[in-house]
Each structure stands twice: as structure tokens, then as C-alpha cells.
Design a protein around this ligand. Structure first.
Ligand SMILES: [Co+2]
Length: 231
């Protein structure tokens, strides 16, 4: 442990980095005592149930729906669009309806809009205001998506921000930034990588990452070229 001497830095959080050989009331670490936010959540939930605004069962079912969402769903949608041109057309016309076709329900009454990345256009998603995100198809947003730096900078200097993600977009490729809101959520349909021609739909889905569906990265060609790759 660094900072053995608590007098070294008077501004340092006294709980941060010293030896815990004494008790902090209410902050027991090993017993798994609830955090401030956990207590807040429990209090609010119990009040809502007590007031008859929600039932405990409704709450539990809602949490189950949220927990069931992950980038695997979005990847499934992307892979289907890559192998099925008719589905891709429907997806670009009405993202919500096309996802529902694959059993991905839009439980939160948001409209899903899908934008396709091509060799002339690169799309990227942000919520400049807060953290609106296509949760039905991707689950919870990553921390950086909610970060103020990302939200402020990607609209002003998208090319530079993408570069920081390791994504170099050629100058001749236009970049469009899509600002999500309470009603409209965006999913990016990444370009299908070269060398993936003979992969199965499931193998294609395995290539698709969360970040590629937000638009901060691209989908990389299959490792070692994949079994269907050209030499
Ligand atoms: Co928002």
C-alpha cells in the first residue's frame, strides 16, 4: 500500500488507502453491507410498491428483461443483415420491427434506427445529454459512453475521438454522429469484414462487438483469416 502516512496528504480520502484494522460503522467490507446507492434503490422501490405504483412482481419481471439484454442480441441482428439482404433492407427501414422479427422485443417504447457503415460513410452513436442507448439490443452502456468527455467531444471532433479508440477513418470517408434521445435509439450496422465470406451466420455474429455497433470501432476480419478466408 502506498500512502502509509495519513498526514502526507491532508486532502486524501481517509478511507481510501490505509490499513483497515478498525471498524467503520455502516461500511463493513467483507459482510457485503449495502452501498449508499443500494440503500437508495431499496428505499425507492419499497416506497413505490407501498404506494401501489408498481408491484414487486412487475419490478422483478422488469429487472429480468433488462438482465436478459446483451450485445449478443445486436450481433445476431447484424449477422442476419449480412447474410439476408431482404432482412437488411427491412432493418434499415424500421429497426424496431426487424429486431422484433428475431424475437428482440423493444420493451421500452423507443424507436430503433439502424445506420449502415459503408466505405464512404461511417456512423457513430452518442447521447450528448445523458446516456440514452439501444438497451433492448445491447444491454447496459459501457462507462465511457456515459462519460462527459466522450459525449462532448465525439460531436465536435469525431475523427480524433475514433482514433483514440484505435479506429482510423480515412479522410475521404464521411463521419456522421447520431445523437440519441428518449425516443430514438441508434444501432450501427458495421461493414462486413473481408475474409468472412464463407463464415456461418453464428460465426459472423461472434465477430461483431458492442463497440462496432456503437460505431467507435469496425468489425475486424476473422482471426487467422477464418476457415473461409482467401489466402
Ligand atoms: Co440520453
Amino acid at each position: 500500500m502506498s500512502n502509509q502516512d495519513p498526514n502526507q496528504d491532508p486532502n486524501q480520502d481517509p478511507d481510501q488507502d490505509h490499513d483497515h484494522d478498525h471498524d467503520h460503522p455502516g461500511t463493513a467490507k467483507d459482510e457485503g453491507a449495502p452501498s449508499y446507492y443500494a440503500i437508495l434503490e431499496i428505499s425507492l422501490r419499497e416506497l413505490l410498491i407501498e404506494a401501489g405504483l408498481i408491484t414487486a412482481d412487475e419490478h422483478r419481471r422488469r429487472i429480468d428483461i433488462l438482465d436478459s439484454r446483451s450485445p449478443a442480441l445486436g450481433a445476431k441482428v447484424v449477422a442476419r443483415a449480412w447474410v439476408d439482404p431482404a432482412f437488411k433492407k427491412r432493418l434499415l427501414e424500421d429497426g424496431s420491427a426487424a429486431c422484433e422479427e428475431l424475437g428482440v422485443t423493444m420493451y421500452d417504447n423507443t424507436r430503433l434506427i439502424v445506420h449502415e457503415n459503408t466505405d464512404r460513410l461511417h456512423n457513430v452513436v452518442v447521447c450528448t445529454l445523458c446516456s440514452c442507448y439501444p438497451r433492448p439490443v445491447l444491454g447496459l452502456p459501457p462507462d465511457w459512453y456515459k462519460n462527459k468527455q466522450y459525449r462532448a467531444r465525439v460531436v465536435k471532433e469525431p475523427r480524433a475521438v475514433l482514433k483514440e479508440f484505435g479506429t482510423a477513418i480515412p479522410e475521404e470517408v464521411e463521419i456522421r454522429v447520431h445523437d440519441s434521445n428518449a425516443n430514438m435509439r441508434y444501432l450501427i450496422l458495421p461493414a462486413r469484414p473481408a475474409g468472412s465470406e464463407r463464415l456461418t451466420e453464428a460465426e459472423l455474429a461472434a465477430l461483431v462487438t458492442r463497440d462496432a455497433m456503437i460505431g467507435v470501432t469496425t468489425v475486424k476480419p476473422p482471426a487467422s483469416g477464418g476457415k473461409g478466408a482467401r489466402a
